[in-house]
Design a protein around this ligand. Structure first.
Ligand SMILES: Cc1cc2nc3c(=O)[nH]c(=O)nc-3n(C[C@H](O)[C@H](O)[C@H](O)COP(=O)(O)OP(=O)(O)OC[C@H]3O[C@@H](n4cnc5c(N)ncnc54)[C@H](O)[C@@H]3O)c2cc1C
Length: 100
C-alpha cells in the first residue's frame, strides 16, 4: 500500500509540476490544468483512505492524524471546482480540439 501511495503521489506531483511549467512559459493548457487538479484531488483521497486502512480502527478515532487527513482530503474533490466540473472542462477541451 505504501508503494501504491508513493507512486500515485509521484504521478500527481509530476502532473502539477508539468502544468506549472506551462503556466511559467505562458502556454495555455486548460485540459492539463483540470487533469492535474482532478487527479491530485482523487489521489489525495485514495492515499488518505489507505492511511486509515494501515492504522486500522485506530485511524478512525476522532483526532487521530490520519482521521483528520481523511476528512480534510475530502474537500479537495469539492472546493475550487468539483471533480465533475474538472471532467466537464477536460471533455469540453477534448471536443474543441477534435472540432478544429
Ligand atoms: C472546505 C471548502 C472551502 C471552500 N472555500 C471556498 C472559497 O474560498 N471561495 C469560494 O468561492 N468557494 C469556496 N468553497 C465553495 C466551493 O467552491 C463549492 O462548494 C463548489 O464550487 C461546489 O459548489 P456547490 O457546493 O454549490 O455544489 P453544486 O454546484 O450544487 O454541486 C453539487 C454536486 O453536483 C455536481 N455538479 C454540479 N454541476 C454539474 C455539472 N454541470 N455536471 C456534472 N456534475 C455537476 C457537483 O460536482 C457536485 O458534486 C469551498 C467549499 C469547501 C467545501
Amino acid at each position: 500500500m505504501r508503494a501504491e501511495m508513493a507512486t500515485e503521489i509521484y504521478a500527481a506531483r509530476c502532473m502539477v509540476y508539468d502544468v506549472i511549467e506551462k503556466i511559467d512559459r505562458r502556454e495555455e493548457d486548460r485540459a492539463g490544468a483540470s487533469m492535474a487538479k482532478l487527479f491530485a484531488a482523487e489521489v489525495t483521497n485514495r492515499v488518505a483512505d489507505k492511511a486509515i486502512q494501515i492504522f486500522g480502527s485506530q485511524g478512525l478515532e476522532k483526532g487521530h492524524p490520519v482521521e483528520k487527513m481523511y476528512r480534510s482530503s475530502r474537500m479537495f474533490r469539492i472546493l475550487s471546482g468539483t471533480s465533475e466540473i474538472q471532467k466537464n472542462t477536460i471533455a469540453k477541451e477534448l471536443f474543441k480540439e477534435k472540432a478544429l
